[in-house]
Design a protein around this ligand. Structure first.
Ligand code: ASP
Length: 304
């Protein structure tokens, strides 16, 4: 079986009830089918963007509409793409509803790799991208609860640990890898980042080689604590392993082990796809909803 597209909804520790399970499964399936619709006529870049747009618009993951907030209560999102030796990414953006579309603009229409902050928001406005409607009610409620506890003088562990705990109970980052009919691979990710991160923080999802990477051997995407993924150059290493002949599952296993040994469990998850359409998704968290679609259109959802 040759896999042509794989997606994920983030690595985390969510208590999934039947209803949530069905919602996650449906949205992942919808993203795979949307990407596959493009497979017949488009490139792997088109497929990845189409799939990620569905995930960003779903509101159930920590990306696009469902993005979480930073310590100041504002959203700031990162997204990145890699295709045909080029990368395009945006960091700390607030304006676009779909940061992945802005990342695509950077990749295709500029010589740059990353555009950040206010200037990236201005660019999004200028090219006519739809604005983000602002954080969802459930995200704001979670934020106020934490702030109320802090004001009451309640102990909220270290900000980073707390961020992790709370963030893990929400939906997570999204990503996609794909291969098109010409055998060209693409990788893309989009995130609201870690809950209660310091304003201005940039995670792995904006950095090629950390949150995403693709070349002629394979494509890989990451989810989890961005700082750890950045410090290990995780997706670059996974793809390098595949270039050295490793199958995706061995490549991911090796790098996930490095992350786990260095930073502990509950820290990361990865998906890798090689140029033969072999796929692997592994994580050291309790779950990472992910799935793939084959060139015959068969869908499989795993990790929940
Ligand atoms: N990797 C993302 C970040 O650190 C978060 C995630 O994967 O959920 O910004």
């Amino acid at each position: 079986m040759k896999v042509v597209l794989a997606v994920h909804g983030g690595a985390g520790r969510r208590a999934v009830n039947q209803e949530t399970y069905v919602t996650i499964k449906n949205v992942l399936e919808q993203a795979l089918l949307e990407g596959f619709r493009v497979y017949k006529s488009g490139s792997s870049l088109d497929m990845v963007v189409a799939a990620i747009e569905v995930l960003e618009n779903s509101g159930i993951f920590n990306a696009g509409i469902g993005s979480t907030v930073d310590a100041s209560g504002s959203i700031s999102m990162d997204a990145g793409l890699m295709f045909r030796g080029k990368a395009g990414a945006v960091a700390c953006v607030r304006y676009p509803k779909n940061p992945i579309k802005l990342a695509r603009f950077v990749l295709e229409r500029t010589e740059h790799v990353i555009i950040a902050g206010g200037a990236a928001d201005k660019l999004a406005r200028k090219i006519g991208l739809e604005p983000h409607p602002g954080p969802l009610q459930r995200v704001l409620e979670l934020y106020s609860n934490v702030i109320i506890r802090l004001r009451r003088g309640e102990r909220v562990e270290s900000p980073f640990q707390k961020s992790l705990e709370t963030w893990l109970s929400l939906g997570d980052t999204v990503g996609a890898v794909s291969i098109d009919r010409d055998g060209i691979l693409a990788a893309g990710v989009s995130t609201g980042g870690v809950f209660l991160k310091m304003p201005g923080r940039v995670g792995d999802s904006a950095i090629p080689g950390a949150g995403f990477y693709a070349n002629e051997c394979g494509a890989a995407i990451a989810t989890g604590i961005g700082e750890y993924i950045l410090l290990t150059h995780a997706t670059l290493k996974i793809v390098e392993e595949m270039c050295n002949g490793a199958i995706p599952s061995d490549a991911v296993k090796k790098i996930l082990n490095i992350v786990t040994n260095r930073f502990g469990s509950n820290t990361a998850g990865f998906i890798a796809l090689d140029n033969k359409g072999r796929v692997a998704g592994l994580y050291n968290t309790e779950m990472m909803p992910w799935g793939y679609i084959s060139e015959e259109g068969n869908v499989k959802i795993l990790g929940i």
